[in-house]
Design a binder for this molecule. Structure first.
Ligand SMILES: Nc1nc2c(c(=O)[nH]1)N[C@H]1C(S)=C(S)[C@@H](COP(=O)(O)OP(=O)(O)OC[C@H]3O[C@@H](n4cnc5c(=O)[nH]c(N)nc54)[C@H](O)[C@@H]3O)O[C@H]1N2
Ligand SMILES: Nc1nc2c(c(=O)[nH]1)N[C@H]1C(S)=C(S)[C@@H](COP(=O)(O)OP(=O)(O)OC[C@H]3O[C@@H](n4cnc5c(=O)[nH]c(N)nc54)[C@H](O)[C@@H]3O)O[C@H]1N2
Ligand code: SF4
Ligand SMILES: [Mo]
Length: 696
């Protein structure tokens, strides 16, 4: 009988960083269970954690470099693969300049420490400005708000959920998503605790979500109108002299400009635009301002929309002017063991923003990345700077970016494409070369990004459990080797663990948090609740907290001219939905996650269903300006009338990722429109896409 080993690590599928106890025999996983002693997750996990083992043994997993020869993939060796990649990328740059090669980085990179440490080297070696990532289909408005208000994109305020008395949630469904830009594993339990101590949770969402169901209160909102609500609350609080900047009163500037800016945003206007009664809005404003500790949290629903930048700005302003910023129970800032903000200071550096604008349609660039919404036109449009070759690293934009099929068509015309991935999927099947990645249990884990966004300071590290298949190198090593080949250097890269050891002493807990200490702790080290720290950390050129940055004030006339885009052809709004048992586009090949009824349905309100003659479970055609899909209807009063919802991350083509394709699901991004964008932040506006439904 083989020996049973016990291994502690944090799950790195989503942002929640749940502590796991894994038993294995050196070859196979025997069990994956929640770690009740983890100081952050306290015994919470979701069904996806158990599937961590499936990603390793997935029969469809790519485990050898695949080169496309005459339209079919053939297995080749690593040396040949890296030579081929470097040669072809350099040839494209030789012919079309550095910017001829584009790079798209997907969401899993944020969870893979080795990738985070080695992608910058590859990007530097390529020297291209044509960089994209899933951030502009997700959270770039948060970073843009932080840049303009606080001076650094990674100074991200996190709701102190464990100590607040009033939480206002706009466009987030943390009971399902487990929190985003807010690492809060077991959010449902945290919410129960909040209510048990007399707290109030209010959810604003066009769908009565799983979070809304558990909340004290839920209000439907017309998609994309959140900024009206937030600005009206701010105006109401200012008009009633309830402003309390607390310890930030010396740091914050721009109160007068703010007062003037919000003047047109009355509660009556907000009521008309949002569909929430004016009295309710006033009540929310007063309740928020008078709660001892309150926090407003605006997430996906409020950032992946045409006014994402304004929403995140207003969200911060509401917290700041009620004394709920950088204070207990409000929006707080982590002091992480790996201090990314400290490693990349901006203080005293007078930069201009946006850093650049895109070549074809002039959309803004922040954090060194253009909006993914313009990636297709940058591949399609000839001229200097056109993308002629693409590197994708753990990304699946054909299924995850707006109007993904337009990207797909553009991929087919590239001179060369190389994908770091684990599957042949809707995106990577267009590659000339796929370089297989290593998956969670084969890698070290240290969540550099999500320790920075967590509701409590902790630090967790774990070594790999298993070796990669076929004696494959670690993914970070492949990234480093390709970077070296392109740059023409040959110095060996330090391992992620070595890099972590070098970086930790420069963080907030240099004495207590070392790799050895984390190993010895058998999981996570608790570093305590969040503490106020912002006044010393502001990174704006003048060291002040800016309440009314010009970029947001200048965008207010656009909000006032709001037009929702619906017409007779497309009279309803579409929004997205996350499912408990899938993560974006890539976990759907785990049979244990996909089993059961098909949840990839279009949800609509009973009144709409009756009007349109659509029966529950019947097939319906959903059409938008850019495309159409046919899928089963789910009639439910969870939806606001006039709004329909479709899960994101599905639509896998047949024959590649077999389990997912067998469900016969569709991609929401066959319908989303790449011309719908927040011009301030460049984020894709996934919410409120005008659509039409017809029974089939
Ligand atoms: N309509 C709509 N669209 C959305 C959203 C929405 O709510 N609505 N959500 C958006 C959000 S928030 C996000 S973050 C994006 C995500 O967008 P992406 O990052 O483009 O998509 P993912 O589904 O995360 O794709 C991950 C890719 O990485 C591969 N992969 C998984 N693990 C590994 C690994 O360990 N190594 C390597 N090399 N590859 C790996 C998978 O096979 C897959 O190809 O989607 C966005 N798209
Ligand atoms: N199970 C699961 N968990 C996940 C993921 C997953 O795919 N599956 N993905 C992970 C990723 S990459 C991310 S970024 C996070 C995202 O985590 P969340 O931010 O919680 O994202 P969603 O669950 O998409 O919730 C967005 C909510 O916004 C609502 N909404 C849509 N339009 C509007 C609007 O105009 N106004 C308002 N107020 N609400 C609106 C939607 O109905 C939905 O309830 O989740 C992460 N966790
Ligand atoms: S909530 Fe996220 S981190 Fe926690 S077990 Fe599920 S997928 Fe993993
Ligand atoms: Mo995301």
């Amino acid at each position: 009988m083989s020996e049973t080993h016990t291994h502690h690590r944090t799950c790195n599928i989503c942002e929640a960083m749940c502590g796991l106890v894994i038993t294995h025999d050196g070859k196979e996983v025997l069990s994956i269970k929640p770690d009740p002693n983890d100081p952050l997750s306290r015994g919470h996990i979701c069904p996806k954690a158990v599937a961590l083992q499936d990603f390793r043994t997935d029969p469809d997993r790519v485990t050898k470099p695949l080169k496309k020869v005459d339209g079919t993939f053939v297995e080749i060796g690593w040396d040949e693969a890296l030579d081929y990649a470097a040669e072809r990328l350099l040839a494209v740059q030789e012919a079309h300049g550095k910017d001829g090669v584009g790079v798209y980085l997907g969401n899993p990179n944020a969870h893979k420490f080795g990738n985070l440490m080695n992608i910058p080297g590859l990007v530097r070696a390529l020297g291209t400005k044509n960089r994209y990532s899933s951030a502009t289909a997700d959270q770039i408005p948060h970073h843009v708000a932080s840049i303009h208000m606080l001076g650094h994109p990674m100074l991200i305020p996190v709701p102190d959920v464990d100590r607040t008395d009033f939480m206002l949630i706009l466009g987030g469904n943390p009971v399902v998503s487990n929190g985003s830009m807010m690492t809060a594993p077991g959010f449902g339990r945290r919410m129960d605790e909040m209510k048990a101590r007399g707290g109030r949770v209010v959810v604003i969402d066009p769908r009565r979500t799983e979070t809304a169901e558990k909340a004290s209160e839920h209000h439907f909102i017309r998609p994309e109108t959140d900024a009206f609500l937030l600005l009206a609350m701010i105006r109401e609080i200012m008009a009633r002299d309830l402003v309390d900047l607390g310890h930030l009163s010396h740091a914050a500037i721009g109160l007068a400009a703010l007062r003037e800016a919000v003047e047109p945003f009355t509660t009556d206007l907000a009521a008309t635009m949002t569909g929430i009664p004016a009295e309710t809005i006033k009540g929310l404003a007063l309740g928020f301002a008078s709660a001892p500790r309150a926090v407003c949290y605006a997430r996906m629903g409020a950032s992946t929309q045409s006014f994402g930048g304004l929403c995140q700005w207003a969200n911060n302003v509401l917290n700041i002017i009620t004394g709920n910023f950088d204070s207990e129970g409000g929006a707080m800032f982590t002091t992480p063991a790996l201090n990314y903000v400290g490693m990349t200071p901006r203080k005293g550096k007078d930069r201009s923003y946006p850093e650049r604008r895109s070549r074809v349609s002039g959309q803004p660039l922040y954090n060194g990345e253009f909006p993914v919404s313009v990636m297709a036109e940058e591949m399609e449009t000839p001229g200097e700077g056109q993308i002629k070759a693409l590197v994708t690293i753990a990304g699946n934009p054909v299924l995850t970016a707006p109007n993904g099929r337009r990207i797909e068509a553009a991929l087919e015309k590239l001179d060369f494409m190389v994908s770091f991935d684990i599957h042949v999927n809707d995106t990577t099947r267009h590659a000339d070369l796929i370089l297989p990645g290593t998956v969670a249990l084969e890698e070290v884990v240290y969540d550099m990004v999500f320790h920075s966004f967590a509701v409590r300071n902790t630090a967790a590290f774990a070594d790999p459990v298993f070796d990669p298949p076929n004696g494959n190198p670690q993914e970070w090593e492949v990234l480093a080797r390709l970077a070296a080949k392109i740059a023409g250097t040959n110095s060996p890269a330090p391992s992620p663990t070595q890099m972590l050891e070098a970086l930790l002493p420069r963080g907030y807990h240099g004495e207590t948090v070392t790799v050895e200490a984390m190993r010895a702790a058998g999981g996570s080290i608790d570093l305590g609740p969040l503490v106020p720290n912002l006044t010393d950390r502001l990174e704006t050129p003048d060291g002040k907290l800016h309440l009314a940055p010009q970029v947001f004030v200048d965008d207010l006339p656009r909000l006032l001219a709001f037009a929702d885009g619906r017409d007779d052809d497309y009279p309803m709004f579409m929004i997205g939905r996350r499912l408990v048992r899938s993560h974006n586009s890539w976990t759907q090949n785990s049979p244990r996650l996909v089993k059961g009824r098909n949840r990839v349905t279009v949800q609509l309100h009973p009144e709409d269903a009756a009007r349109l003659g659509i029966a529950d479970a019947a097939q319906v055609r959903v059409a938008s300006r850019v495309g159409s899909v046919t899928m089963p209807a789910e009639v439910t009063d969870e939806m606001a009338p006039g709004v329909v919802s479709i899960p994101q991350g599905w639509g896998q083509a047949k024959g590649q990722v077999a389990t997912a394709a067998a469900v016969g699901s569709v991609s929401i991004n066959d319908l989303t429109d790449d011309t719908r964008i927040d011009p301030v932040s460049g984020n894709a506006a996934f919410n409120g896409v005008p659509v039409a439904l017809t029974p089939v």
